[in-house]
Design a protein around this ligand. Structure first.
Ligand code: KG4
Ligand code: ZN
Length: 338
């Protein structure tokens, strides 16, 4: 099945052609980072306008670069949520028009499910069950993937998402948008033991995260040092902050795998591009005898190949009444009430 995926949930305008959920024939991404950089973050209205401007070109390139025509496409898949409502709407409207004009079926995709499926694109042999940590700008979920399209939530953030914490601390360190990758770059030059920040919320009885305490502690410390005119090394602050985020993500994910008796773990979402996080997961997996799957770097941050893949595995058909749902949640089968 040849699926054309469309993704516009935030500031990437993306389209891709994927065969049978696994084989990427093309993946086009127009990043608006340079446009939003001037504002220090994504400006929703500007994102929507640029999606509208770029969608026709990006979708055409995806089809052309796959060596196909619209006749070869079996269905159109689009991110319906979660994300910025205006940005989502541009993709949903475009996908509906394209499907209708070409008489093709339409599939709706949950963006988080897309991130999980980036692992199926990256590893042809990977099949559920597995534990997947999804860490993006808006979400931090430990998900048990019991089968294709079937999920149980084992833990989640109680406040900030991991990516959000990276972005906020990066901003206070004076780093440009997007904060996460820039903070990681700076942290490479720093000493991760230079500062002792609080370890994010971790209680034996549950697997939830909380990053707001750590984020506030780092920001307060920076303000205090600034007020006192104290010299400090920003790279040391970045490295010390990153160490704590990485360790709690790894602790909780591998604890989830142990509790669920699962020996397959995967990572997904924008923060899965973080080298320190990938290295920590590799070390834990080796120590615990767990098989670890990391998404290819091209599929960590937002892209449309993961959306086409998720549509193939979840098969959620939609019609022309499809609307954007900015707070769409994954369809969890049972939530961890602990
Ligand atoms: O999945 P994604 O592209 O968009 C959302 O669905 O949110 O994730 C973006 C998030 C941002 O918060 C960004 O700062 C973070 O992922 N991120 C990183 C890295 N690359 C992206 N955080 C830490 N280290 C990175 N290398
Ligand atoms: Zn994302």
């Amino acid at each position: 099945m040849m699926l054309l995926g469309i993704e516009t949930s935030c500031d990437e305008t993306a389209a891709a052609v994927v065969q049978d959920g696994r084989l990427t024939l093309s993946s086009e991404i127009y990043s608006q980072i340079d446009i939003h950089k001037a504002y220090g973050g994504v400006v929703p209205e500007i994102a929507s306008r640029n999606h509208t401007r770029k969608l026709p070109v990006i979708v055409k390139s995806a089809i052309d670069n796959a060596g196909l025509t619209m006749d070869d496409i079996d269905a159109v898949a689009v991110t319906a949520g979660p994300g910025l409502v205006g940005a989502l709407l541009t993709g949903v409207a475009f996908a509906k028009g394209l499907a209708y004009a070409n008489d093709k079926p339409l599939f709706k995709v949950n963006h988080i499910e897309g991130h999980i499926c980036s692992n199926f694109l990256s590893h042809a042999d990977l099949t559920p069950p597995m534990i997947c940590l999804v860490v993006s700008g808006g979400h931090s979920h430990i998900v048990k993937v019991t089968d294709f399209g079937r999920y149980t939530l084992l833990g989640q953030t109680r406040d900030d998402a991991a990516g959000e914490a990276f972005d906020k601390v990066a901003r206070v360190l004076g780093l440009p948008y997007p904060g996460g990758p820039n903070l990681e770059r700076l942290a490479k030059e720093g000493d991760e033991n230079a500062y002792s920040f609080p370890v994010p919320y971790r209680k034996e009885s549950h697997l939830d995260f909380s990053f707001s305490g750590l984020k506030t502690a780092v920001i307060n410390r920076l303000h205090q040092m600034d007020q006192k005119g104290e010299a400090y090394n920003k790279a040391d602050v970045a490295a010390s902050f990153q160490k704590n985020v990485v360790s709690v993500l790894a602790d909780n994910t591998f604890e989830a795998a142990a509790r669920e008796n699962m020996d397959v773990v995967a990572l997904a979402g924008g923060v899965s591009a973080n080298g320190a996080l990938r290295a920590a997961f590799e070390a834990r997996a080796r120590a615990k005898g767990v098989r670890l799957y990391l998404p290819n770097m091209a599929y960590c941050t937002d892209n449309a190949a993961m959306i086409a893949s998720a549509a193939f595995f979840s098969q959620e058909k939609a019609d022309l009444t499809l609307n954007a749902d900015p707070s769409m949640t994954l369809n969890f089968e049972q939530e961890n009430k602990k």
